[in-house]
Design a protein around this ligand. Structure first.
Ligand code: NAD
Ligand code: MG
Length: 384
């Protein structure tokens, strides 16, 4: 039996993870579960999985959590410090499934325990970059990528050497607006943007997928997870989302990982690593799928991947600023405050506007860059 903590338990990755844990109850003992503020939903999960502690990030939701957990013997806690404390409890596997830079501090706390971290929370790695990878090395932690592309690359690199890699190719579905005209993009609504053709995901990442910022963030994520250099990373659009990414070696061999568009496959790979476990996912039926297509990305309609590449090349604070600008812009788009194409435009304005802060070298400095960038992004929104 292994111990597991799951932050972001009430989200889409959280649900997929718990679905797998539920199917193998004898293998896992749950330590910590968290949510932002859905206290009742969290309490139901904490009771079902007999968690040691349940944490709501929003302290205002703590009374409701306490009430919902009364008599269960499960600890209830609230606020960011409680989240970090829960993340510091040693476990065999820590699953980082909070959305956004909000997951950074708890993920860093888990890394400091030197354990194994299944990382879904890409924004944390994008913002903290070298600060996080240095902490991983310093504390002897292991990062297992859960993002389907990075999990695919991780699998394709098993037994290979980074120095033998010619290309790492991230595949992108292209999102719901893959074939949309500029005019259609201008008029795109939140309801259309969150309707992903292949994957069922949380709202923020669905919008990121529609703008291709998801692929941009994943490009930076790959840059940190697999240090082959920016010039060896590329993106290809693959509408079927069956090939989850590829590694081409110097001898001309390309290894790819294929699977259904179901996040339980990469999550299972991280849960069982280095072994394998059963999943209830549909087996891959290539004859039924018939055709796999590939095409070059269009950075005129979707500038986000170019912005991410530029931010990665600039390094320092640029990726954290890009991420913060995007988080604010996506929230503004979802609440009807700005149009769809304004999301990438705002990220571009933020990267180009004035001087970037100096490169952060500690967690606190990353959080400061993130906080200041959010303030600037909100000011930009007011000016619209
Ligand atoms: P989601 O919106 O469905 O769930 C997010 C979770 O984080 C919820 O439990 C929510 O309560 C919690 N949360 C939200 N804001 C918070 C805050 N400020 N502080 C603390 N907790 C907070 O998101 P998701 O789709 O499950 O995505 C989670 C992460 O995994 C994201 O970083 C996303 O990019 C990544 N990811 C998701 C998928 C997917 O298929 N959903 C695939 C690859 C990577
Ligand atoms: Mg992905």
């Amino acid at each position: 039996m292994r111990t597991i903590s799951l932050l972001g338990a009430t989200g889409s990755i959280g649900a997929s993870t718990l679905d797998l844990v539920r199917r193998h109850p004898a293998d896992w003992r749950v330590v910590a579960l968290s949510a932002n503020c859905s206290a009742r939903e969290l309490a139901v999960l904490a009771r079902e999985f007999r968690a040691e502690i349940a944490v709501v990030a929003d302290e205002g939701c703590l009374p409701e959590l306490r009430e919902a957990l009364a008599g269960s013997g499960i600890e209830a806690a609230g606020g960011e410090r409680a989240l970090v404390e829960a993340a510091s409890r040693p476990v065999d596997l820590f699953v980082a499934a909070i959305v956004g830079c909000a997951g950074l501090a708890p993920t860093m706390a888990a890394i400091e325990q030197g354990g194994t971290i299944a990382l879904a929370n890409k924004e944390a790695l994008v913002s903290a970059g070298e600060v996080m990878t240095a902490a991983v090395r310093r504390h002897g932690a292991t990062l297992l990528p859960v993002d389907s592309e990075h999990n695919a690359i991780f699998q394709c690199l098993a037994g290979g050497r980074l120095s033998d890699v010619r290309w790492i190719t991230l595949t992108a579905s292209g999102g719901p607006f893959r074939d949309a005209t500029m005019a259609e993009l201008e008029a795109a609504t939140p309801a259309q943007a969150v309707k992903h053709p292949n994957w069922s995901m949380g709202a923020k990442i669905s919008v990121d997928s529609a703008t291709m910022m998801n692929k941009g963030l994943e490009f930076i994520e790959a840059y940190h997870l697999f240090p082959v250099g920016l010039e060896r990373l590329r993106i290809i659009v693959h509408p079927q989302s069956i090939v989850h990414s590829m590694v081409e070696y110097r001898d001309g061999s390309t290894l790819a990982q294929l699977g259904p568009s179901d996040m339980r496959v990469p999550i299972a790979s991280a849960l069982a690593w280095p072994a394998r476990m059963d999943t209830p996912c549909d087996p891959l039926d290539l004859a039924a799928i018939g055709t796999l297509e590939f095409r070059a990305p269009d950075e005129t309609r979707f500038p986000a991947t170019r912005l991410a590449r530029e931010a990665a090349a600039h390094g320092g604070a640029a990726p954290a600023v890009l991420n913060a600008a995007n988080e604010i812009a996506v929230a503004a788009f979802l609440s009807g405050q700005i149009g769809f194409t304004r999301i990438a435009a705002m990220a571009e304005d933020m990267l180009g506007q004035g001087t970037l802060p100096p490169p952060p070298s500690t967690l606190d400095e990353v959080l400061l860059v993130d906080c200041e960038a959010r303030t600037r992004a909100r000011a930009l929104l007011q000016a619209v």
